[in-house]
Design a protein. Structure first.
Length: 241
């Protein structure tokens, strides 16, 4: 198996320096570019490790930096403090995601990936981030949200996504109440999106996070994680060349 390369890439948004990481198999000829939005810890060893587990010979993954190089949370409290202002300013969140998507397009293009063969996936806060790409009809062929937050400040402004939307949700996730699911379904139907929401029975928040171990709140679930990633890869295989 080819060695996996990890390349740091710096970029600017609103005068702030960000540094994401490009993950790909050295010497491969990828045909698809994937933007990964990490959880509320942002760029971390765990996020890079997750990207390395999901990258394939035919793909290149760019792990987006949601907070900037000067913000690298080390505790949940620090992560919440970093996430709060970004969640509160949805326009800023979208600018940061669009900038990361542009970086993916440029860097993946250097490896031979067509500019229109892109998709995105994210976890928890990152799931909310990739859904915002879908809501603004960003040029991606699919987005997949893992145990992501579903609410958006202005659902009436949602556009028809250019690609398919896949939400992979823990049915017992305390952060995603039934009202949020109903609102999301109504929002997607109103814009005639190609969407699917999968509820995994018994799963709570962070079911893909191997370090999560708070029963009833956020906890890793190996079986659900495997099934969810299989669904994501199946969708990407369907819509990406």
């Amino acid at each position: 198996m080819a060695q996996i390369s990890v390349k740091a890439v710096r970029y600017q948004v609103d005068g702030i320096t960000f540094e994401g990481h490009l993950v790909y198999h050295a010497g491969s000829a990828p045909s698809r570019g994937l933007l990964m939005a990490p959880n509320f810890f942002g760029i971390s060893d765990a996020a890079i490790a997750q990207a390395k587990r999901q990258v394939r010979e035919n793909s290149v993954i760019f792990v987006a930096d949601p907070f900037g190089v000067d913000t690298r949370p080390q505790t949940p409290e620090q992560a919440m403090a970093a996430m709060g202002p970004v969640r509160a300013d949805n326009a800023m969140l979208r600018r940061r995601m669009n900038a990361a998507l542009d970086v993916l397009k440029d860097e993946a293009g250097k490896l031979g990936v067509a500019a229109d063969n892109l998709a995105a996936f994210g976890f928890c806060f990152g799931g909310a981030c990739v859904l915002e790409l879908a809501r603004q009809a960003a040029p991606v062929k699919a987005v997949a949200s893992f145990h992501g937050l579903l609410q958006t400040p202005d659902p009436a402004s949602t556009k028809t996504p250019q690609g398919a939307v896949l939400v992979l949700n823990g049915a017992a996730d305390p952060l995603v109440p039934s009202e949020a699911i109903a609102g999301f379904e109504q929002e997607m139907n109103s814009v005639k999106a190609d969407w699917q929401l999968v509820n995994f029975g018994g799963a709570v928040h962070s079911f893909t996070d191997e370090g999560a171990d708070r029963p009833g709140e956020n906890q890793y679930n190996a079986k659900v994680s495997r099934r969810a990633f299989a669904m994501m890869h199946d969708l990407f295989d369907e819509v990406l060349a």
